[in-house]
Design a protein around this ligand. Structure first.
Ligand SMILES: Cc1cc2nc3c(=O)[nH]c(=O)nc-3n(C[C@H](O)[C@H](O)[C@H](O)COP(=O)(O)OP(=O)(O)OC[C@H]3O[C@@H](n4cnc5c(N)ncnc54)[C@H](O)[C@@H]3O)c2cc1C
Length: 488
């Protein structure tokens, strides 16, 4: 295979696509990643992935599923402990959508998963994949190649350790836009496509109750003590929800700890709430420390948070959950109907992005890789056929994902207890109706999402069908009651 490929972004989509292409016979693949290393630790991006059957289609293909199972915590083994402000606790099994259609899913930190992919490249594919860390893509152009006069894609990048005048230039046949939500690749395509006025490469946004929530992550020591006298330590494979003592809307906070395998790794605690709340107004480490000490009287805050960590927390900008969004255009060819044309393809968060409520960010990115593999194999590496095929196979799922993110589980961050309860009633109603009349009613979307045999588009259609039937039933009941009241 003589074609070259360059991936912009070495996140899950970028590294997994590089491996997929190498396994498919491509031998000149470069990944440009602006971070300094695969497992680079960024406190506010230290979230955990739950890689389910959908993501495992990709790790199966790459031969990495056994290692994934070794490094991760199986979702079937996770307990969930709620610790109230008065120190009382309640532990239950973490609910797993159980059925024959599901595979065991694994929790693992993003950095551990990134390292798993990178190690595979280093150990088995160094001869065809080059990963350049600390290298940021600055610009993408179209250029005539000196070698054969054909139009190629030109990437201009900069290594952060080199001087300003030391830009790197690459030419490529296939450019992979795996550079996340702020994708420079997608923005470039949007400019190139502007003349057609189609807005194919502009994100379509959808509102969600969890969009705009602000988050920051506290780094705790491994197995932190979780009671006042420090005698009870957090169990690595247990998830915790630690409720704060404040009940008023401005100060109410909770800490969320997700499970991890390695008992020697630091534990992370998420704080997620509206951007105007008091916790985000704290100016320095001392204010953060005092706030957390009062908010969590059940915890020995002085034993689990160093002065450096509270100071870092105060200074950090944190992040905000994005709107659910998707991009309708997934590819761009420099020349149509030319077997040797160069082309651009978009994947992962560059084409679908949403708050983490449905836990599908990484799974959807890994499924994109499998779909691209299918398209490239069916088209026998002819990009003029493979890239349109990828779009036709994946575009509906990409749109469905954004809509599923709106209804999946958007009230889980305790934004509004009443709306959360309404959401629960809706879920329970659909579960019961599905048990009673499975031919007519489908389970709620959040339970269908982990069924990797269903595409996102199928799940969205099934959820919509049940909604339509429920509306019909409710309207029918309302009309019948109104008629009977009117007659008597
Ligand atoms: C707070 C939070 C919690 C989340 N929790 C979950 C979760 O529980 N489960 C889940 O599945 N997903 C979760 N996600 C989403 C998940 O992180 C993404 O969906 C997933 O990482 C997508 O992978 P990706 O490779 O497409 O993009 P990314 O992971 O964003 O990777 C893109 C990469 O491109 C690099 N890059 C960007 N621009 C350039 C450039 N110009 N030059 C070079 N490199 C560049 C970036 O440094 C980055 O490494 C969460 C996201 C957030 C913000």
């Amino acid at each position: 295979m003589e074609k070259t490929a360059i991936a912009i972004g070495g996140g899950p989509a970028g590294l997994a696509t590089a491996l997929m292409l190498a396994k498919s016979g491509w031998n000149n693949i470069t990944v440009l990643e602006k971070r300094p290393s695969a497992d680079f630790y960024e406190p506010d991006k230290s979230f955990l992935y739950l890689i389910d059957g959908r993501g495992q289609k990709c790790t199966d293909f790459l031969g990495l599923s056994d290692r994934l199972a070794e490094l991760g915590v199986a979702n079937t083994d996770v307990n969930f402990t709620v610790i109230q402000a008065d120190g009382s606790q309640n532990t239950s099994k973490m609910p797993v959508p159980g059925s024959r259609d599901r595979k065991t899913a694994y929790w693992l930190p993003r950095s551990t998963f990134m390292q798993l992919l990178y190690q595979e490249i280093e150990q088995n594919w160094r001869h065809c994949i080059t990963v350049l860390f600390d290298t940021v893509c600055l610009e993408i152009d179209r250029a005539i190649a000196d070698s054969d006069g054909s139009e190629k894609l030109k990437v201009i990048a900069k290594n952060n350790n080199e001087g300003d005048d030391q830009n790197l230039t690459f030419e490529t046949d296939l450019l992979l836009g795996c550079d996340g939500i702020t994708s420079i690749v997608r923005k470039t395509l949007s400019k190139w496509d502007d003349s057609a006025g189609s807005k194919r490469f502009e994100m379509r946004h959808f509102p969600s109750p969890s969009s705009g929530l602000k988050y920051k992550v506290l780094t705790l020591p491994p197995q932190p003590p979780l009671n006042r006298d420090g005698s009870e330590r957090a169990i690595p494979s247990t998830a915790y929800a630690i409720r704060g003592a404040f009940r008023d809307r401005d100060r109410a906070v909770s800490l969320g700890l997700l499970p991890r395998k390695n008992p020697d790794e630091p534990r992370t605690a998420n704080i997620i709430t509206y951007p105007d709340r008091d916790i985000w107004k704290l100016q320095d480490g001392k204010q953060v420390f005092d706030f957390l000490e009062t908010a969590f009287p059940q915890l020995p805050i002085d034993k689990i948070l160093s002065s450096e960590e509270v100071a870092r927390f105060a200074e950090s900008q944190g992040g905000q959950f994005p709107d659910p969004q998707y991009c309708p255009g997934l590819f761009f060819l420099l020349s149509e109907n030319d077997k040797n044309t160069a082309g651009v393809v978009l994947m992962g968060d560059a084409i679908h992005c949403f708050p983490p409520d449905i836990g599908q960010g990484v799974n959807a990115a890994l499924e994109d890789v499998c779909v691209l593999h299918q398209a490239i194999s069916e088209a026998e590496n002819d990009l003029s056929r493979a890239l349109p095929l990828y779009e036709s196979l994946r575009a509906n799922d990409t749109a469905a994902l954004a809509k599923l993110a709106q209804i999946g589980f958007p009230w889980q961050y305790n934004q509004n207890q009443f709306r959360k309860n309404l959401w629960r009633v809706n879920v329970i109603l659909r579960v019961l109706l599905n048990r009673l009349l499975p031919q007519i009613f489908d389970p709620p979307a959040i339970l269908m999402i982990s069924n990797y045999n269903l595409s996102y588009d199928e799940i969205w259609r099934k959820a919509q069908k049940t909604t339509a039937i429920l509306y019909l039933l409710i309207s029918g009941l309302a009309i019948a009651s109104w008629v009977s009241i009117w007659r008597f």
